[in-house]
Design a binder for this molecule. Structure first.
Ligand code: SF4
Length: 232
């Protein structure tokens, strides 16, 4: 039986429970944290962001004026610190110059596409970072795709195997049911971590196996332990 995308998500929510968006979060802090999360784990992101806030008492102006080495030192636990430091300081510099304050709260009143385009102008803010910030901090209808989500969407044949980056986001975003962007993002990340691993997905335990061409291939190609015995 072929299911709609919405029905597939319902099956995932039944299995994992439906994630609820906890409400608005500080927009600039979320952007900085998301930049720090690039190419590292969640726990290293938390440590890098925590150390950055502690080091400067959460004062964005002090971070803007700080010696770059002090920021590198604070965030190096998150990796790519020499790349991320100028991104962080240039965002603060631009906000200071253009708006005279360290805040992105005005984006809440913008059209989501305008808000996405504004964030994307900053160095270090790619399609995933801009979308994640606006989804997470403001509940905007964006669908950021990390490596787990990209892999699962391809396995389910929801998007073409050749797509990545902006094109993958643009192909998938309109297919997400209205009001489900946050829950769909979180549940697919969880599915990628718990069952749909990059190597050796646990398809036989998967709640959406019947909807997944990759999973059907995987399970039908498994040979029995004793190939000479009938497969009962
Ligand atoms: S059936 Fe397997 S490959 Fe498909 S979504 Fe489930 S775990 Fe992933």
């Amino acid at each position: 039986m072929h299911m709609t995308i919405s029905e597939v998500f319902d099956d995932l929510y039944d299995h994992y429970e439906r994630p609820e968006h906890e409400g608005p979060d500080d927009m600039l802090g979320t952007l900085m944290r998301t930049i720090l999360s690039q190419n590292t784990t969640r726990s290293n992101t938390d440590r890098a962001f925590g150390r950055l806030l502690d080091r400067f008492d959460g004062d964005w102006d002090r971070m803007r004026r700080a010696d770059a080495e002090a920021i590198v030192d604070a965030i190096e636990v998150g990796g790519l610190a020499r790349q991320k430091t100028p991104w962080i300081q240039s965002i603060l510099e631009e906000l200071h110059e253009e708006r005279g304050e360290y805040s992105l709260e005005f984006l809440r009143d913008c059209d989501p596409e305008e808000a996405r385009a504004y964030l994307s102008n900053f160095k270090g803010v790619g399609p995933k970072t801009a979308r994640f910030t606006l989804m997470e901090a403001a509940g905007m209808p964006f669908f950021p795709m990390d490596t787990h989500i990209l892999r699962i969407c391809k396995r389910l044949d929801w998007i073409d195997e050749s797509l990545s980056g902006t094109k993958a986001h643009e192909a998938m975003e309109p297919r997400i049911p209205e009001g489900e962007h946050y829950a769909a993002h979180i549940v697919l990340v969880r599915h990628g971590r718990e069952l749909c691993h990059a190597r050796h997905p646990e398809c036989e335990l998967c709640p959406i196996l019947e909807q997944c061409p990759h999973g059907e291939d995987q399970t039908s190609s498994q040979t029995p332990c004793h190939p000479n015995e009938p497969n009962t």
